[in-house]
Design a protein around this ligand. Structure first.
Ligand SMILES: C[S@@+](CC[C@H](N)C(=O)[O-])C[C@H]1O[C@@H](n2cnc3c(N)ncnc32)[C@H](O)[C@@H]1O
Length: 221
């Protein structure tokens, strides 16, 4: 039995991923008026990412189907009970992680998102899947929302918000990572500072690129 592959979640995910595919072209239209180097600058900025994501408030920007499945598998196989997610959007990754919590016998996922319309959307999706009781979505900038009140021992983390902040978010949650905790960083190539940190010898992580755009890291201290 897997919550992921049964009703109501399976058909919900089929629909949401199909919508995400359709939206992906419209995403580029939203930022079409910005020169490429300006998009790159905003993405790399540690202070101006908000404007970029606000323009994309109607875009799912979801993880791939494969990464979603990977998230479910990692959370399920590690018996995760406490999960933190940076960047909720419409909640496609959240649905996979919450499904694993359900199949692990319960737990809590703390997500964070600064676009309020996206939080409503994610909550609707989680409610439709019968998974809302496992998830708290904190409204606001993750630099603030993840600075306090984290679980004592975090089992798994998904980094999928502003790429420039990956090292900062890791610093916030690091003291709470249990030995053996897993960190999945989506589109990690866009965060060279994060890759340098988790791949450095003696960093406290074992880390490897996984699939095309994911960095998978294991906390070893
Ligand atoms: C790539 S999308 C997340 C997709 C989601 N994980 C999924 O698979 O459905 C990134 C999201 O992170 C949000 N975000 C980016 N930086 C953030 C920050 N500093 N604090 C809170 N949310 C942030 C954006 O508004 C956007 O919705």
């Amino acid at each position: 039995m897997s919550t992921l592959t049964e009703a109501p979640l399976k058909s919900l995910l089929d629909r949401l991923f199909a919508e995400a595919d359709e939206a992906s072209e419209a995403v580029f239209a939203e930022i079409d008026d910005l020169p490429e180097d300006e998009v790159a600058r905003l993405m790399a900025s540690k202070t101006e990412y908000r404007e970029l994501y606000h323009r994309l408030e109607n875009a799912p920007l979801a993880v791939s189907r494969e990464t979603g499945r990977l998230l479910y598998m990692l959370a399920r196989s590690s018996g995760a009970k406490a999960i933190v997610e940076f960047g909720t959007s419409f909640g496609l990754s959240t649905l996979h992680l919450a499904a694993a919590l359900r199949d692990n016998g319960g737990g809590k996922l703390i997500g964070t998102e600064f676009e309020r319309s996206k939080i409503s959307h994610a909550r609707e999706n989680l409610a439709a899947a019968g998974l809302l009781d496992l998830v708290e979505i904190r409204a606001g900038d993750a630099l603030e929302t993840l600075a306090a009140d984290l679980p004592a021992a975090i089992d798994l983390v998904l980094l999928d918000g502003a790429k420039s902040l990956y090292p900062d978010i890791l610093s916030l949650i690091e003291p709470r990572l249990r030995p053996g905790a897993l960190i999945v960083a989506d589109n990690a190539d866009d965060s060279p500072a994060y890759l340098a940190r988790v791949r450095a010898p003696g960093s406290g992580y074992l880390s490897t690129p996984f699939a095309e755009d994911v960095e998978l890291s294991l906390r070893i201290v």
